[in-house]
Design a binder for this molecule. Structure first.
Ligand code: FES
Length: 88
C-alpha cells in the first residue's frame, strides 16, 4: 500500500500529512504539542490518552469545535485550528 501525501492547514499554515494519519499525529509531526486551552484557566492541553477517552486533544476541524484530534483522520483540504476554551 502506498502512502498518499495530503495537504491541509493548521492555524492557517500549510500542513502536510499522510493519508490515514490522525489529526493528532499530523500536528505532532509538525511540532504542535498544544491542541487546546482550558475554559477557565486557559491552561494548555495536548495528547494524553490517544484513544478518544480523555478529551484533552480537542481542536476545531472545518469550523466545528470539540473534535478529538486523536481519533479524527486527516483529509485533503481540512482546516484544523487549535481550540481556545470551549471553542464557541
Ligand atoms: S488524547 Fe484523549 S481523547 Fe484524544
Amino acid at each position: 500500500m502506498s502512502e498518499k501525501v495530503i495537504t491541509c492547514t493548521l492555524n492557517g499554515a500549510t500542513l502536510t500529512a499522510i493519508s490515514g494519519q490522525s489529526v493528532a499525529a499530523a500536528m505532532i509531526s509538525h511540532g504542535e504539542r498544544i491542541n487546546r486551552t482550558t475554559r477557565i484557566e486557559n491552561s494548555p492541553r495536548g495528547i494524553f490518552c490517544g484513544i478518544g477517552s480523555c478529551f484533552d486533544c480537542l481542536v476545531v476541524v472545518d469550523g466545528i469545535a470539540n473534535q478529538r484530534a486523536c481519533i479524527t483522520e486527516v483529509r485533503e483540504g481540512m482546516t484544523i485550528q487549535t481550540q481556545n476554551g470551549a471553542g464557541t
